[in-house]
Design a protein around this ligand. Structure first.
Ligand SMILES: CSCCC(=O)C(=O)COP(=O)(O)O
Ligand SMILES: [Mg+2]
Length: 229
């Protein structure tokens, strides 16, 4: 019996094109001005210190770190420091109405139904917890953050590592066999399954022939039978 569902965002609740064509370019364009204008702010200073440690360059200047961050963005590196800074930059974009967080049409009705059935809902994304709360707080359907009981980011570990799912299960305080992870990426689902979790793959676009996970094309296909099986 599934007692908690943990969902990925990009490619699962939300269109990958929203992340790659709207969020990422917005962070890119605003990065230099944001760093230069805010580098003394404690949260920004902490992220820059984490980045210096990550690249083992303790004396790197803000300008040098901006170059590092552009390199990370080019390779879509899931660096915790980069993700923290992107989330801070996106905040302005959500607040000034530049965009709202994309949600597939099948997501909100399913989340509401699962919550009413007593299934606890969580988010796990490489995007920072702050960025996750912004996306769901300023979503196409308004603020839906009250649907979720908790949020996890790379502070619990990377999404393709088994230990990350062990850490999440420990924090949710449920056995892995009662947890379901929803993601579009089979390598993430492989890691969750190795940790004992149930898995379902969202196929929002192209088929994934290399996956051994059960697949659905939307949250509306995740019915009671699937949750109980
Ligand atoms: C909070 S939405 C932005 C997601 C993000 O920054 C990202 O890198 C998506 O990575 P994921 O591993 O969650 O697919
Ligand atoms: Mg994804």
């Amino acid at each position: 019996m599934i007692r908690a569902i943990v969902t990925d965002i990009e490619g699962t609740t939300s269109d990958i094109r929203f992340v790659h064509n709207v969020l990422f370019p917005y962070a890119r364009e605003n990065l230099p001005a944001f760093i230069k204008g805010n580098e003394q702010q404690p949260a920004v200073a902490q992220a820059l210190a984490d980045l210096r440690a990550e690249v083992n360059r303790p004396d790197a200047t803000a300008q040098e770190l901006i170059e590092v961050l552009y390199g990370f963005m080019d390779e879509d590196r899931k660096s915790t420091a980069l993700k923290a800074l992107q989330g801070m930059i996106w905040r302005d974009g959500y607040l000034n109405g530049s965009f709202t967080g994309h949600l597939y049409a099948d997501v909100l009705p399913a989340l509401k139904q699962w919550q009413q059935q007593g299934v606890a809902l969580y988010v796990y994304s490489s995007g920072s917890v702050a960025a996750q709360k912004l996306l769901f707080g300023y979503s196409d359907a308004g603020d839906i953050t009250d649907l979720f009981s908790g949020y996890f980011d790379t502070h619990v570990g990377a999404k393709r590592e088994v230990n990350s799912y062990r850490n999440i299960a420990e924090q949710i305080a449920l056995p892995a066999a009662e947890l379901l992870f929803l993601s579009d990426i089979h390598q993430e689902l492989d890691a969750a399954r190795e940790a004992g979790w149930n898995t379902l793959q969202l196929i929002r676009g192209e088929a994934d022939a290399e996956s051994s996970h059960r697949q659905v094309s939307g949250f509306d296909q995740i019915n009671q039978e699937l949750l109980n099986s």
